[in-house]
Write a protein that binds this ligand. Structure first.
Ligand SMILES: [Zn+2]
Length: 319
């Protein structure tokens, strides 16, 4: 069974254990100005036998059969994750020490195909942020969601022409696309490259939502022209000014995946966006209050089996 569970991509993985859990870039994203911010060490929530502690302690996917996606985006887990290779032809993974480059095979495939689409369009590759942990579940820092292997953060800063060294992947800051202290995109940073990235991502049928800063949604609304159907997936939210958060719908056959209500139809450029732009909510992307420990009982019961299951062995993974 182990050989079946270990995907070809996993076979190629180097053994990179989770180490320093650095500041997460999603949900708790601080306001990042043009000046490189300091790397902030955030105390991880790993109290006792909390779900965060248990899921972050396991370094490999579970050797377990049955449904893979269990629960909701913000309360769930993932039985058989696949690892996104840290380096692909048109992408590279950042903050690799977090060990959050695992996702449902549908998510890994999506990132690979999006990167290829960018390349075929003559656009730069992707800098990929957090996907999820090897068995999903809540993480000790940053994310309220990213728990069932269907969420991925992609930086808005394009992949450079050279590969980052390991240390650079940990320390290179993600620049905000906004002018400091405003909700206006900086046109020197937010260009056709970013617009095409977001549009291309939204055009994948498996993508259900993409969270962006309201200022970025405003810029997309202005630049979209007549082709506006994809804008319905672009959902304004606090933060998300240095990355986009892509969320896939529940994959076919994943019967324990709890689907969300689809986003409303229409381009979302009217009253909904105005309500964001005229409120002060967008000014609250700063560090969220420290997340409380989540008990395992808050997750579907199957997630306890997932987190306690044996790992796919390194022998099997390397064979
Ligand atoms: Zn995210």
């Amino acid at each position: 069974m182990l050989c079946v569970l270990a995907s070809p991509r996993v076979l190629c993985r180097t053994f990179i254990a989770a180490a320093a859990l650095l500041l997460s870039s999603c949900e708790a994203a601080p306001e990042r100005q043009q000046m490189p911010p300091p790397v902030v060490q955030e105390a991880p929530v790993a109290v006792g036998d909390s779900a965060q502690a248990q899921f972050s302690a396991v370094k490999w996917p579970a050797a377990i059969s049955g449904p893979s996606v269990i629960g909701t985006y913000a309360r769930g887990c993932l039985a058989r994750a696949e690892a996104l290779p840290l380096d692909g032809p048109h992408w590279e993974v950042m903050r690799t020490s977090r060990n959050r480059y695992w996702g449902h095979p549908t998510l890994v495939s999506f990132i690979e195909r999006l990167a290829e689409r960018q390349s075929k369009s003559g656009l730069p590759g992707l800098l990929v942020g957090d996907l999820g942990q090897p068995r999903g579940g809540p993480s000790p820092t940053g994310h309220a969601s990213h728990q069932i292997g269907l969420d991925a953060d992609i930086w808005l800063m394009p992949m450079p022409s050279r590969r980052y060294a390991d240390t650079e992947r940990e320390t290179t800051p993600a620049p905000s696309m906004l002018k400091p202290g405003t909700i206006e995109v900086d046109r020197k940073l937010f260009t056709r490259v970013q617009i095409e990235l977001i549009k291309h991502a939204a055009q994948f049928t498996e993508v259900e939502r993409i969270f962006v800063n309201p200022g970025i949604k405003k810029a997309l609304c202005r630049s979209a022209g007549r082709d506006r159907a994809w804008l319905s997936k672009i959902r304004p939210w606090r933060g998300h000014d240095d990355h986009i958060h892509v969320r896939l719908r529940c994959p076919a056959g994943e019967t324990m995946c709890k689907a969300q209500t689809p986003p409303p139809s229409g381009d979302g450029c009217g009253a909904e966006l105005t309500s964001w732009l005229t409120s002060t909510d967008w000014r609250k992307p700063g560090p969220e209050p420290r997340m409380e420990p989540i008990p395992m009982s808050a997750l579907p019961a199957t997630c306890t089996q997932v987190v306690r299951a044996p790992s796919v062995s390194q022998t099997a993974v390397n064979r």
